[in-house]
Ligand binder design. Structure first.
Ligand SMILES: Cc1ncc(C[n+]2csc(CCOP(=O)(O)OP(=O)(O)O)c2C)c(N)n1
Length: 307
């Protein structure tokens, strides 16, 4: 586990970007850059981080950075990794360059998943980070495959027709692990040393690695911007967001939560769940609670923990 004093003072993701106050993804990017081990190329799919960090003629990135389409972060990262490999083989380049693909949940769970699957299957040596704010936030809070059951978004609005999103969240890590990759993990910015340690570990893997990190969004999840890290911590402490890693198929729970806080504490902080507290939405609330419980049990069992 890294310690604060081990981290570089230099900021490679700088201030002055246009992310919203309290943006969890911004904090995640800053932390990510603290884990680098040498020359790095960041491949950034369209999304909040990309649109808000590189408004021409400014940029917050002090590493090589390329903007690519919403759907192909993993494909472009594959190409860059392969190009460096060829240059090294031909003796035209001697340095090792890390490649990090960064995309939101929309760019990962939905539209980028085939590119991600292909890159994982081909075994490219890169790190893929999905920052998950649980909706298509920069285009106006539309639901994604990562939006939890019951959450209100502009395309799953809570009203008389539906009480928020009817479907449940996809198991991204399960999908990635099924490709037989060496390293996959979840993380939360409230546990900064766990996250930064994982980024470094994932970079050191010789092959593809995936990190799925929670990114609280005050604008889309509707909470006070000063509470971002509190929301990120509550996600873990209510067992909503299990923090674990999978190394060569072996699951390990990194943050144990022996005495979970009530899920309601996490839900009540966020405007996207307000309607669930009406008597007529009782069933939706229970369904979400059940999902959280079952998901925790499933992960804990895979990790060899008692539930
Ligand atoms: C093929 C395609 N469809 C739609 C869009 C419009 N678009 C750009 S970003 C985005 C949503 C991004 O959502 P997500 O990946 O979750 O990132 P966030 O905005 O939440 O950071 C959409 C729909 C696009 N750029 N390309």
């Amino acid at each position: 586990m890294v310690r604060l004093q081990d981290l570089p003072v230099e900021e490679l993701f700088t201030s002055g970007h246009r992310l919203c106050a309290g943006c969890g993804a911004g904090t995640v990017m800053r932390m990510t850059m603290k884990a680098l081990r040498g020359p790095t190329v960041v491949v950034n799919a369209t999304g909040c981080v990309e649109v808000a960090s590189t408004i021409y003629p400014y940029t917050s990135w002090k590493v090589s950075w390329v903007h690519i389409a919403f759907e192909n972060a993993a494909a472009v990262a594959s190409g860059i990794e392969a190009a460096y490999k060829v240059l090294r083989r031909k003796g035209l380049w001697d340095k090792y360059v890390d490649v990090i693909a960064i995309a939101g949940d929309g760019g990962t769970f939905d539209i980028g998943i085939q590119a991600l699957s292909g890159a994982l299957e081909r075994g490219h040596d890169f790190l893929y980070i999905c920052y998950d704010n649980e909706a298509y936030m920069n285009t106006g809070i539309q639901r994604s495959g990562a939006t939890p059951h019951g959450a209100a978004t502009t395309t799953s609005p809570a009203g008389r027709k539906i009480p928020g999103k009817p479907e449940f969240k996809k198991d991204l890590i399960g999908i990635c692990v099924a490709h037989g990759i060496e390293y996959a993990a979840t993380a939360s910015p409230a546990y900064w040393n766990d996250y930064i340690t994982k980024v470094r570990k994932a970079l050191e893997v010789d092959g593809p690695a995936v990190i799925h990190v929670f990114a609280p969004c005050p604008t889309g999840m509707r909470f006070d911007p000063s509470k971002s890290i509190e929301v990120a911590r509550l996600a873990v402490q209510t067992r909503y967001w299990p923090v674990y890693e999978v190394e060569r198929g072996k699951y390990k729970l990194n943050i144990k939560v022996p005495q979970p806080k009530p899920l309601l504490e996490f839900l009540k902080m966020q405007g996207r769940f307000t309607h669930l507290f009406q008597p007529e939405a009782q069933r939706e609330l229970e369904a979400l609670q059940m999902w959280v419980e079952e998901n925790w049990k499933r992960i804990a069992t895979l990790c060899g923990e008692k539930t």
